[in-house]
Design a protein around this ligand. Structure first.
Ligand SMILES: Nc1ncnc2c1ncn2[C@@H]1O[C@H](COP(=O)(O)OP(=O)(O)O)[C@@H](O)[C@H]1O
Ligand SMILES: [Mg+2]
Length: 416
């Protein structure tokens, strides 16, 4: 099969290179002609190619973006310029695997492409051998966990904020994102005083192809060690500022910035029938759908009362119908005996096993005192109520999420 080539080359060399690639007798094939770096990163992230051909003067190209391409399993052929020799040097410094001067005719383009083929042959894909479990694979890139749940305020924000805080406290670089277009309140919950431009600004930048690591870092204040926050839209009626195409381009940059990106999602999954005919029309649930689509893990949060469990079972079905939420962890929150009987955890486990086939739900007890203290102080549970039952359950959940997919700790304990 042809090796996919992602082409992000400026000027007249682009067409010449594309043509030369297509003349390799099926060994290489251009899978995406990218207008800018964001498009290139998205295509690499989507696994569309194994070779990126990139102009040295491509806007925002830096060391981290080349690193990101490498982590996506893409080799980089940098295209310099005979008139600007420093461009080639820059490409080498940035970490390009091969640097060539921009070809000006068919013959020189053929030389460049042959050099690329030789480079690919000498640098075999670094895919892990089949059968190797995820947990022992070094981190290719950061992971995304979407926190979703049906209507009725089951505690999505509570779970997202506190799981993010626990992951950060465990030493993971973590980014908490508020993507709830119905009533995002993460900034308020964690006590961010200044109104930050947040996700809308990140989406806008991504839409212009201008979202790089530095920009995303600027948009995400650090509220605790290793914990950044991308706040939500400050007014619910501003949801059209979050088109899914732009959001889709936010996640790859988030993965480069953080080891874990935790996304607090809206509750609604409906894809408006009328609007879906017009793919350019903004959809209110675009943010949620984009996050769920990008997520490596989805935490599905339900409320531990009879109505909440019924909604949870239905919600799990909806996720399946939409083909979303591959790896799931079900979280039943606010579990209490007053609505679920003397042994609420057992009763809920029974119901979930029977109606949804879920046997490993995470149970978070109802813990009004701890949650109220945290809300009042605008702090996370681990700060405001470290010994509380809710915090302990959410800490366990974060450890479970981390163990599920994240890399083993860098420093292995030394065995005598
Ligand atoms: N385990 C819990 N015990 C007690 N109250 C909780 C618990 N989890 C969440 N709450 C409270 O329930 C309300 C809704 O939670 P929130 O996380 O904002 O829900 P959602 O984001 O799903 O709308 C908040 O007032 C929150 O403090
Ligand atoms: Mg919420």
């Amino acid at each position: 099969m042809a090796v996919g080539v992602l082409c992000a080359v400026q000027g007249s060399a682009e067409a010449i290179i594309v043509q030369a690639v297509e003349q390799t007798g099926g060994r290489l094939s251009v899978t995406r002609r990218c207008a800018d770096l964001t498009e290139l990163l998205a295509a690499a992230e989507a696994g569309l190619g194994r070779l990126a051909v990139v102009s040295g003067d491509l806007d925002l190209l830096d060391r981290e973006t080349i690193e990101l391409l490498h982590r996506a399993g893409v080799r980089v052929l940098g295209i310099g310029d005979a008139a600007r020799p420093w461009l080639g040097e820059r490409l080498e410094t940035l970490g390009a695997d091969l640097v060539a001067v921009a070809p000006h005719d068919e013959a020189s383009a053929g030389d460049v492409v042959r050099a690329a083929l030789a480079m690919l042959a000498s640098a075999p894909d670094e895919e892990p051998p089949a059968g190797q479990p995820d947990a022992v694979r070094p981190p290719a890139r950061g992971l995304v966990v979407a926190v979703w749940g049906p209507t009725g305020a089951p505690g999505r924000t509570t779970v997202a904020v506190n799981v993010a805080a626990e992951l950060a406290a465990a030493g993971r670089r973590t980014l908490l994102v508020d993507a709830d277009t119905y009533g995002g309140c993460v900034a308020q919950v964690v006590g961010m005083l200044d109104e930050a431009p947040g996700l809308a600004a990140a989406a806008r930048a991504a839409g212009h192809g201008a979202l790089d690591l530095n920009t995303l870092a600027r948009l995400t204040p650090t509220i605790a060690t290793d914990l950044r926050v991308l706040s939500g839209i400050s007014r619910a009626d501003r949801w059209p500022e979050l088109p899914s195409s732009s959001l889709d381009a936010v996640w790859p940059v988030a993965r480069a910035l953080a080891q874990w990106t935790v996304v607090d999602c809206g509750f609604c999954l409906e894809q408006d029938e009328v609007l879906s005919y017009d793919t350019r029309a903004p959809r209110r649930n675009a943010a949620t759908l984009s996050a769920l689509d990008a997520a490596d893990v989805v935490l599905v949060v339900g409320s531990g009362d009879p109505v909440g469990i019924q909604r949870l079972v239905r919600g799990l079905g909806e996720l399946t119908d939409l083909g979303l939420g591959g790896t799931r962890v079900v979280v039943v929150n606010r579990v209490r005996s007053s609505v679920a009987g003397a042994h609420p955890a057992e009763a809920i486990a029974d119901a979930l096993a029977r109606y949804a086939g879920v046997t490993d739900a995470c149970i978070v007890p109802d813990d009004r005192p701890a949650l109220d203290t945290a809300l009042l102080e605008a702090r996370t549970l681990r700060e405001a109520a470290p010994g509380s039952p809710a915090r302990r359950a959410l800490g366990t959940l974060a450890a479970r999420v981390d163990a599920l997919l994240a890399p083993a700790p860098v420093a292995e304990p030394v065995r005598a």
